[in-house]
Design a protein around this ligand. Structure first.
Ligand SMILES: Nc1ncnc2c1ncn2[C@@H]1O[C@H](COP(=O)(O)OP(=O)(O)OP(=O)(O)O)[C@@H](O)[C@H]1O
Length: 334
């Protein structure tokens, strides 16, 4: 299977405000040398703690930010090399679903106009064609027709997210990036929206990048998982493999933090020890070494590369010699 979306050594630096006129502007490396292939029709889960660079990577893929380094290609086309008109044409193929359903919708537009906006921008048909398409999209995302004339503040969080999803699929894109698409919703609504996204992904044969800090959500949707820590991918593999035997010490601690329904199993494992270091001053070598029980001097000296180990890729100098992982909570990855 050839890669539909390909990232090669992608990096993003943010230049922060100067703290003193005598000091250089601090540079925050939000994304660091990320290389990744995403295949057509697959769902890739991107997971990691808050601040690890997931949203930055999502925005880079969406061309909402420009990479500081590296290349992003979609169907072998280098997106950075596209002029304005070609980028607009390419954008039809990749759309985003955002975390905050209220903030991501224009409060002064009715749901119908929000969904129709991209259809109008791309001149997809007559006014009647567009109105019919909006009705069809509302049906597809389970949004009652009577809700189309409401403003975002007159809709619930789940209904707003359905509008956001209808808007994202309006142009029949091939790639959707969903950034924490269910995290802001009530738990009871999360499963409904998650199942809607899974159904649409299958029906439309979408390639889906699903960004979440929540391992149990990732387990539910993803075919493969990329685990990020301080801007780098530390483990990448099939969901089943990763959940059955997490290889990187960071993945193991993340999985230990998955809430488990069984009280007998609760509290057996701990969340990652200590605070995540500041991305302004990350540890040398392996960024995770300051929280890792297995770190050695090598980990401080050399950056581990992501390499094939035990049927997935792991960026850990000691991946082969780590003790076998404990049993992890059963997570429904249906
Ligand atoms: N526009 C920006 N300017 C400066 N720093 C930024 C900017 N956007 C993100 N950052 C910083 O980059 C790092 C990665 O942030 P990012 O939002 O990508 O992480 P995340 O894993 O998606 O976290 P969260 O889930 O909290 O959004 C953080 O330290 C964040 O403060």
């Amino acid at each position: 299977m050839s890669a539909f979306l390909s990232l090669r050594n992608v990096g993003k630096d943010y230049h922060l405000a100067r703290r003193s006129p005598f000091r250089p502007r601090p540079v925050l490396r939000a994304v660091d040398a990320v290389s990744l292939d995403v295949h057509q029709g697959e769902t890739l889960g991107l997971v990691g703690e808050s601040g690890c660079g997931k949203s930055s990577l999502a925005r880079l893929i969406m061309q909402l930010e420009t990479p500081s380094r590296g290349a992003i290609t979609l169907d072998d086309v280098d997106l950075a090399g596209l002029g304005k008109a070609d980028l607009k044409a390419a954008r039809r193929n990749f759309q985003m679903v955002f975390q905050d359903p209220y903030a991501s919708l224009n409060p002064r537009m009715r749901a119908r106009a929000i969904i129709a906006e991209a259809l109008r921008n791309y001149r997809t048909g007559t006014t009647a064609d567009i109105a019919a398409r909006v009705d069809e999209l509302a049906r597809q995302v389970g949004l009652g027709a009577h809700l189309l004339d409401r403003f975002p503040h007159e809709l619930s969080g789940g209904q707003c997210q359905r509008v956001g999803i209808a808007r994202a699929i309006a142009l029949n894109p091939r790639l959707i990036v969903a950034d924490e698409a269910v995290s802001a919703l009530d738990v009871s609504i999360q499963a409904q929206i998650l199942n809607l996204i899974i159904r649409l992904q299958a029906e439309m044969r979408l390639t889906l990048i699903f960004v979440s800090h929540d391992m149990s959500v990732i387990a539910h949707v993803a075919d493969r998982v990329a685990v990020m820590y301080l801007g780098r991918i530390v483990e990448l593999g099939a969901t089943e493999t990763l959940f059955a035997s997490p290889g990187h010490p960071y993945t193991r601690t993340l999985l230990g933090a998955v809430p488990t329904p069984s009280p007998a199993r609760r509290g057996r494992r701990s969340a990652p020890a200590g605070e995540m270091p500041s991305p302004l001053n990350p540890p040398s070598g392996c960024h995770f070494r300051t929280r890792c029980a297995h770190a050695t001097s090598l980990c401080a000296q050399q950056v581990p590369t992501l390499r094939p180990v035990m049927g997935r890729s792991i960026a850990c100098h000691h991946a082969e010699t780590l003790p076998a992982p404990q049993t992890y909570p059963e997570v429904d990855h249906a």
